[in-house]
Write a protein that binds this ligand. Structure first.
Ligand code: NVA
Length: 326
C-alpha cells in the first residue's frame, strides 16, 4: 500500500520530511494579513522575501540528522521537491491531510500556499484529491485585526489547513481558528465519511494549526498545552476522558533575529511520534522528556534550531504516509 495512516502514533513506516530551500515570507495580501497577522495593528515592519541562507543551511543540517535517525528506525523517508514555491516546502503537514489510503490537498487558508501540495504529490499514491478552494476575497474577515473574538475566515466556504487536524482512528480533532473555519470541519466530515467523527475544538487558540496545542501520544493519552487547554473540560468527548500529560513550560531556544513564526509551545507540543513508545523531541526539552518518560515514552532528543523561525518543529515538518496497522 502506498499510503495508510489513521492516527498520530502507530509504528511509522514511511514519511515525508520537509525541506527548507526557498522558504519565504510571501508578499502581503488580504489572506496573509488576516490569517497570520490579525494580532498586529501595524504590519509595516513585516518583511517579505526569502529566509536567510543561514536559516536554510542550519535547517538542512538538522533535518539531515532527523532523516538519518528515522532511517535508522527502519522508516522510509521521502522529501518534497526542492523548488521555489509561494511559501515553503518545509511543513508538508500543513497542506495535505492523510487518512487511511486517501490524501486530500486541503483548501488552504493562505493564497500563497494553495499549490504547495504539488511539490509532494508524487509521494501521495493514487487515491489523491484536491479540495475546491474558494477564491473570493469575501472569505477573509478584516474585522479580526486587533479583535481576538473574531476569526479570519468567514463561513461562506470551507477553508482549512491540514495541520488544523489531528487523528485518533475513528475520532479526529479539528481546531476552528484563523487557519480553519467550521465549514472546513463539515467538509472534512464528508470526506472521511460517517464511520469517523470530526470533533471541533473552539475558542482555544485563534492562530495557525492545532499541533502546538494538543498532541496525541497513543490511544487514551494526549499531551496538552496548559496555556491554551486550561482544563480537560475544554476538550470534546471522547478526548476529555483521556489521560493528559500537561506540557511543561518549554525551554525557548530562540529564533533568527527579527524572524519568528510561532510560539514557544512549538518546541515541545509539536513533537513527532515514531511509535507509541518513542517520540522525537527538540533536544533542549528536558522537562518534557521527564514528563513523557513517566508515561513510558522514550524521547529521541534531536536538534531543530529554526523551529520558531520557520514555524514548525518535528510534527509540522513531517507528513506520515504509512503507519503500521496493528
Ligand atoms: N502557530 C503555532 C505553531 C504551530 C506548530 C504556534 O505558534 O503555537
Amino acid at each position: 500500500m502506498s499510503i495508510y495512516s489513521t492516527n498520530e502514533w502507530d509504528p511509522l513506516k514511511k514519511v515525508i520530511v520537509g525541506v527548507p530551500e526557498y522558504a519565504r515570507i510571501p508578499t502581503m495580501d488580504k489572506s496573509l494579513r488576516v490569517v497570520n497577522y490579525a494580532d498586529k495593528k501595524d504590519i509595516s515592519n513585516v518583511k517579505s522575501g526569502l529566509y536567510p541562507k543561514q536559516v536554510v543551511d542550519e535547517s538542512n543540517e538538522d533535518l539531515d540528522v532527523f532523516v538519518n535517525f528515522l532511517k535508522s528506525e527502519g522508516v522510509e523517508v521521502r522529501r518534497p521537491n526542492r523548488v521555489p514555491t509561494g511559501y515553503y516546502n518545509y511543513c508538508p503537514r500543513d497542506s495535505v491531510f492523510v487518512y487511511k489510503n486517501h490524501a486530500l490537498a486541503t483548501p488552504m487558508s493562505l493564497r500563497a500556499r494553495e499549490k504547495e501540495f504539488i511539490n509532494i504529490v508524487e509521494h501521495l499514491g493514487n487515491n489523491f484529491s484536491i479540495a475546491d478552494n474558494y477564491q473570493g476575497d469575501d472569505i477573509y474577515n478584516e474585522g479580526c485585526v486587533g479583535d481576538l473574538e473574531q476569526l479570519a475566515l468567514n463561513e461562506i466556504a470551507p477553508k482549512f489547513d491540514a495541520a488544523n487536524v489531528i487523528r485518533a482512528n475513528d475520532h479526529l480533532l479539528y481546531l476552528v481558528s484563523n487557519s480553519g473555519n467550521r465549514k472546513g470541519a463539515e467538509y472534512l466530515q464528508e470526506f472521511v465519511g460517517s464511520d469517523v467523527k470530526v470533533h471541533t475544538l473552539e475558542k482555544v487558540y485563534s492562530y495557525m494549526h492545532i499541533d502546538s496545542t494538543v498532541a496525541f501520544l497513543r490511544e487514551g493519552l494526549l499531551l496538552a498545552n496548559p496555556s491554551r487547554i486550561k482544563s480537560r473540560d475544554m476538550l470534546p468527548a471522547p478526548f476529555n476522558t483521556w489521560d493528559i500529560v500537561w506540557a511543561p513550560e518549554p525551554v525557548d531556544v530562540g529564533h533568527y533575529p527579527g524572524l519568528c513564526n510561532s510560539s514557544i509551545w512549538t518546541w515541545n507540543v509539536n513533537l513527532f511520534s515514531v511509535n507509541p513508545n518513542l517520540v522525537v523531541l527538540e533536544k533542549h526539552q528536558e522537562p518534557t522528556r521527564k514528563a513523557l518518560e513517566a508515561h513510558g515514552i522514550e524521547c529521541a532528543m534531536l536538534p531543530i534550531r529554526h523551529a520558531r523561525t520557520l514555524g514548525g518543529c518535528f510534527h509540522c515538518c513531517t507528513l506520515d504516509l504509512v503507519r503500521e496497522v496493528r
